[in-house]
Design a protein. Structure first.
Length: 160
């Protein structure tokens, strides 16, 4: 089976720089497919993807500030404020002032923890199932390439 790159090369429609564009388009397509699957999954828990991200991030590291959470999610502090307001209304998140700390720290409530313990493993299991369609060696190679690309862009991965 011929790849898009091979077909494009045969027809003289590809230059050296174009391979990066094709790779980006494939990466974006895969991201959107996985994101769409995540949207459907978290809907079952009455969450949006953004709300899921907050529940997962706060659960992974409680006691961080709103700005730290915004930085971790690569969004603005204003976007986080609206998300937190909604999650606080649903009694899933709480903001606490702590002595000696500037701003309020973020914590999951008991309900938030119960939701976190359900939705995070469900989403991780879905990701594993999607990636299990690749061989183990292909998963390792994909991870290696993406880690290398992260480094080239100056962004170390979470395990580094």
């Amino acid at each position: 089976m011929e790849t898009d790159v091979v077909i494009a090369e045969r027809h003289g429609r590809i230059g050296e720089r174009d391979i990066g564009v094709i790779a980006w388009m494939r990466l974006a397509r895969v991201y959107h497919l996985v994101d769409r699957a995540t949207v459907e999954l978290v809907k079952q828990f009455d969450l949006t993807t953004a709300q899921f991200d907050v529940i997962a991030q706060v659960g992974a590291k409680e006691g961080r500030t709103q700005q730290e959470l915004a930085d971790a999610l690569l969004v603005t502090k204003g976007n986080i404020t609206q998300l937190l307001d909604r999650l606080e209304e649903r009694c899933l998140i709480e903001r606490r002032a702590e002595p000696g700390r500037r701003g309020k720290m973020l914590y999951l409530t008991d309900s938030g923890w119960n939701l976190n313990r359900q939705v995070v493993p469900a989403q991780e299991a879905m990701i594993v199932a999607l990636f299990d369609r690749l061989t183990g060696d292909d998963q390792i190679e994909l991870n290696r390439i993406l880690r290398q690309f992260n480094r080239v862009l100056g962004q170390p991965g979470p395990e580094e």
